[in-house]
Design a protein around this ligand. Sequence first.
Ligand SMILES: [Ca+2]
Ligand SMILES: [Ca+2]
Ligand SMILES: [Ca+2]
Ligand SMILES: [Ca+2]
Length: 309
Amino acid sequence: MKNLIPIIICIILLAFISDTPKIQQFSLSIFAWSSYSTDLNLDGYNDIAVGHKTAWERTNQTVSFLYGNGNDFAPDTNYLNFCGYQDAIFAIKVNNDAYPDIICQHSDLSGNMAQRYIRVIYNQSGVFDLDSILDINLNTSEIVNYYTHGDINGDGWQDIVIASNNGYFWGVLFNDTQGSFLEPEYHFTDGYITMPGCGDINNDDKDEIFVPTTGKTLLFGYINGLVLFDTISTPFGIPFFCDFDNDFDNDIVCYDRQYPLGIVMHFYENINNDSLFYNQRRDIILNHYGNQVEIADLNNDNLPDLILD
Ligand SMILES: [Ca+2]
Ligand SMILES: [Ca+2]
Ligand SMILES: [Ca+2]
Ligand SMILES: [Ca+2]
């Protein structure tokens, strides 16, 4: 059920715009694991890319598509199949055409050691196929659980941030501005890593990287290279960047799971683009473990709302 939720959410969001709220549900192929909504074919209507879990030599769908027409979504009969667990599929512009390209994962288990890759599936004027891909070798056999994106070095191109929970490392694949990415240098931590987040906190047009690890969160920024800006030892977790106090700077809403409380939301207020203020009394305890939390402005009042499943 977890994996149908983002699909339903995307369609509720669109429905608010039309003033006729409705929920549409679609049956997806097996092991749907993540989704991302943007206008893939640049026809003015948002579409949805779905990432599935595909084990080695399995033939199930790995990346599938639903195309929107403003009123409805039509599941596309074309899909891509390759080995990879798509925990967090997304689309960003990788090369210099206007079309967003898909970022996902690929694993090659044909040898003695698993080879892990970030796979770029180039958008060919709204068409995706395996003849136009790029695999960036992650040079590890560890499972890379998390990947997200931000413009870390402020050159206008989105970079990819990856992290391995069990491998205790994270790294950045910088866009080389030529339609490809550089292989990552890894930074090792002394604890398990959960989902990193990227957002511009100090208003320098470069996204900082928050790396939550066991017991502390590392805050990295970019000054001629990645620099440790701060270590946060107060409760953190999976971060979202939004202006929750409506003062035109990015604040952080994050959450972790605390037994026996369930999901606990933490709020870090951005003070003058210089420091993050955390007040534990603002924590919200949801008494629910849930699968997934999302932040989005559901009712178009410029204030972020919380979606929980
Ligand atoms: Ca479209
Ligand atoms: Ca960049
Ligand atoms: Ca910044
Ligand atoms: Ca703010």
